[in-house]
Design a protein around this ligand. Structure first.
Ligand code: C2E
Ligand code: MG
Ligand code: MG
Ligand code: MG
Length: 286
C-alpha cells in the first residue's frame, strides 16, 4: 500500500497501473519525436458494398513504427496522445497525408466512381477552435474537394461539445464534407442528437457484428440501428466483418456497406494501388 499524495488516504497500488503509467510516459516522450522523425504512416482499409464487394472508399488508419519497439498499435498510443494533446499535431499530419493520398489516386485515375476517404477525428481534435480553418487549408493545399471526405467521430465527440458541435457540423456540411458516427451503439448518449445534426453514416461497432451469431438479441439491435439510420436517410457501415455468414446476415438485415478482414485488412498504399489497378472492377470478399 502506498500513501496518497495528500497524506490522508491510502490507495492500493496495483503494479500493472505502474507499468501502464510508465509505458504512457515513455510513449509520450517518443511520440513527441515521432512526427519529426517521420515514424507515422497510414494504412487504408476499403469500405465495400455488401451486395457486390465493390469498393466505395477507404478508411485511413494511422500506424507507428517505433525505432526500438517496432509497430505500436493505435489502440495503445492514441489514448496517450489524446491525454497529452499530441493527438492534435498527429491528427493534422494524418489529415493532410490522407487528403494528399486520395488526391494522388484521383490524379492517377485509379479510382472508379466517387471514392471517398474516411479520417478519424478524436474528441480533442474535434474540439479545436480552428478545426475548420485547418481543414480548409488542407483542402486548398491538396486540391481535394470536400465531398470526397468523410470524417469519423464518436458520439462522445458530439456530446462533449454539443453547443459548438452544431456549428462545426454545419460548417462541414457547407463544404459537402460527410460525417460518420464511429463505433455507433457503444456510447451512452441519447439518440436525439441524430435529429439535429447532419449525420450521413452510422458505423455499427464491431462488437455487435462479433456477437451476432452468439446471442439472439444482437441481430435485433443491429436491425434496429439499420432501420433507424434508413428512416433518417443515413447510410450504415458494419465494422469488423470477418466471415461470409456475417456479411450475408447483415445484407439480409438491409445493411448496404461493410468493412472488415473478410474484404481486406488495412493495407499500405502499394497494396491499395494493386487493388485499384486490377483491370476489372475488383470485387472484394468473393
Ligand atoms: P476505428 O476507427 O473504429 O477503426 C477500426 C479498427 O478496427 C481498426 O483498428 C481496424 O484495423 C480494425 N478492424 C477493421 N476490420 C476488422 C476486422 O474484421 N476484425 C478486427 N478484429 N478488427 C478490424 P486500428 O487500426 O488498430 O485502430 C484502432 C482505433 O484507433 C480506431 O478505431 C480509431 O478509433 C483509432 N485510430 C486509428 N487511426 C486513427 C487516426 O488517424 N486518428 C485518430 N484520432 N484515431 C485513429
Ligand atoms: Mg474509424
Ligand atoms: Mg470504428
Ligand atoms: Mg470500432
Amino acid at each position: 500500500k502506498a500513501q496518497g499524495r495528500n497524506g490522508s488516504r491510502y490507495q492500493v497500488f496495483d503494479p500493472s497501473m505502474h507499468a501502464d503509467a510508465q509505458t504512457s510516459l515513455l510513449l509520450d516522450t517518443d511520440l513527441h519525436r515521432a512526427i519529426e522523425r517521420q515514424e507515422f504512416f497510414l494504412h487504408y482499409q476499403p469500405i465495400v458494398s455488401l451486395a457486390t464487394g465493390e469498393i466505395q472508399g477507404f478508411e485511413a488508419l494511422v500506424r507507428w513504427q517505433h525505432p526500438e519497439r517496432g509497430p505500436v498499435s493505435p489502440g495503445d498510443f492514441i489514448p496517450v496522445a489524446e491525454e497529452t494533446g499530441l493527438i492534435v499535431p498527429i491528427g493534422q499530419w494524418v489529415f493532410r497525408e490522407a487528403c494528399r493520398q486520395l488526391k494522388t489516386w484521383q490524379h492517377q485515375k485509379l479510382l472508379r466512381g466517387p471514392m471517398y476517404i474516411c479520417i478519424n477525428l478524436s474528441v480533442k481534435q474535434f474540439s479545436q477552435p480552428d478545426l475548420i480553418e485547418q481543414i480548409d487549408q488542407v483542402l486548398q493545399e491538396t486540391g481535394l474537394e470536400g465531398r470526397y471526405l468523410k470524417l469519423e467521430i464518436t458520439e462522445s465527440a458530439i456530446m462533449n461539445n454539443s453547443t459548438s458541435a452544431a456549428e462545426i457540423l454545419e460548417r462541414l456540411s457547407d463544404r459537402n464534407i460527410q460525417l460518420s458516427i464511429d463505433d455507433f451503439g457503444t456510447g451512452y448518449s441519447s439518440l436525439s442528437y441524430l435529429h439535429y445534426f447532419p449525420v450521413d453514416t452510422l458505423k455499427v461497432d464491431r462488437s455487435f457484428i462479433n456477437s451476432m451469431a452468439q446471442t439472439h438479441k444482437t441481430p435485433a439491435i443491429v436491425q434496429a440501428i439499420i432501420t433507424l439510420a434508413h428512416n433518417l436517410g443515413m447510410d450504415v457501415v458494419a465494422e469488423g466483418i470477418e466471415t461470409p455468414e456475417q456479411r450475408h446476415r447483415l445484407a439480409e438485415l438491409g445493411c448496404q456497406y461493410g468493412q472488415g478482414y473478410l474484404f481486406s485488412k488495412p493495407v499500405d498504399t502499394q497494396a491499395v494501388v494493386g487493388m485499384l489497378s486490377h483491370r476489372d472492377q475488383i470485387l472484394l470478399g468473393s
